[in-house]
Design a protein around this ligand. Structure first.
Ligand code: PEP
Length: 245
C-alpha cells in the first residue's frame, strides 16, 4: 500500500483572488491523515500560492530541461524551486499535443526536475482512437519506456495515467480499465526499475470528481489522483481529498 497523493492541476486557470481557496484545501489536507495533497497553479501564481497556501505544497505544470539560457518564455526547474515549488507535472497530454513534446523531451525535463529535488509527476495516456483499436496498454507502455528518467534520485518520481479522452470531458475510465492499465504500468515499473519500481506511486487522472473518487481510489495500484477542473475550488476538491483518506 502506498500513501495516497492527490494533486490539483489548475492548468491556465486561477488568479490571486482564487488563491483564497487554498487555506481550506490545506486544512482538509491536514485532517486527511495518510494523504499527501498539492496544487499546481500557473507559474505566476506559484510564489503567492506558497505565501497564502497555508503550508500546502505548491508545484509547477512544466519546466525546461536546461538550467538557464536562451529559451524565451520558458522556466527552469531551479526557477520553480526558487519560487517555492516542491513538485512539477511533466508531459501532460495537453503539452504533448499543444507543444509537441516528445517522450525524449519529457524524459529530459523530468530528469532535470528530479535533479533539482522536485517531486516529479510524469503523465502518460492513450487517445480514444488508440483505446478503441485495442492499443491502450501498448501505447502507454511505450510512453513509459520513452519518458521516464532513472528514478534513483533524491526526489520522488510519480506516474500519472491520464487517458486523453477522459481529461476534461466528464468521461471516466471504468474501474476495470483503470485496474488493467495500472497493473500494466506497475509491471513495467518493476521490470524496469526492480524494487524501486514497486515503490513509485501511480495516479489516475481524467474527470475525477467527488462522486467517482472513492470508487477509483479503491482500485488496486491507484495511489492517488491528478485532478484538473475539480481542483479549482475547495468545495469540489476537499471531498476528493476526503475520499482518499
Ligand atoms: C488534468 O488536468 O490532468 C485532468 C485530469 O483534468 P480533469 O480532471 O479536468 O479531467
Amino acid at each position: 500500500m502506498h500513501r495516497k497523493l492527490v494533486v490539483g492541476n489548475w492548468k491556465m486557470n486561477g488568479s490571486i483572488a482564487q488563491l483564497g481557496e487554498l487555506p481550506a484545501i490545506a486544512e482538509a489536507a491536514r485532517e486527511a491523515a495518510g494523504v499527501d495533497v498539492a496544487i499546481c497553479p500557473p507559474f505566476t501564481l506559484i510564489a503567492p500560492a506558497v505565501t497564502r497556501g497555508g503550508g500546502l505544497p505548491i508545484g509547477g505544470q512544466d519546466c525546461h530541461a536546461a538550467d538557464s539560457g536562451a529559451h524565451t518564455g520558458c522556466i527552469s526547474a531551479a526557477m520553480l524551486k526558487e519560487a517555492g515549488a516542491r513538485l512539477v507535472i511533466i508531459g501532460h497530454s495537453e503539452r504533448r499535443a499543444e507543444q509537441q513534446e516528445s517522450d525524449a523531451a519529457v524524459r529530459a525535463k523530468a530528469a532535470a526536475a528530479l535533479s533539482e529535488g522536485l517531486q516529479t509527476i510524469v503523465c502518460v495516456g492513450e487517445s480514444e482512437a488508440e483505446r478503441e483499436a485495442g492499443r491502450a496498454v501498448a501505447v502507454v507502455t511505450a510512453q513509459l519506456a520513452g519518458s521516464l528518467p532513472d528514478p534513483e534520485a533524491e526526489a520522488e518520481l510519480v506516474i500519472a495515467y491520464e487517458p486523453i479522452w477522459a481529461i476534461g470531458t466528464g468521461k471516466v475510465a471504468t474501474p476495470d480499465d483503470v485496474a488493467e492499465m495500472h497493473a500494466a504500468i506497475r509491471a513495467h515499473l518493476v521490470d524496469t526499475f526492480g524494487d524501486q519500481g514497486a515503490r513509485l506511486r501511480i495516479l489516475y487522472g481524467g474527470s475525477v470528481k467527488a462522486d467517482n473518487a472513492a470508487e477509483l481510489f479503491a482500485v488496486r495500484d491507484v495511489d492517488g489522483a491528478l485532478v484538473g477542473g475539480a481542483s479549482l475550488t475547495a468545495a469540489q476538491f476537499v471531498p476528493i481529498i476526503e475520499a482518499a483518506g
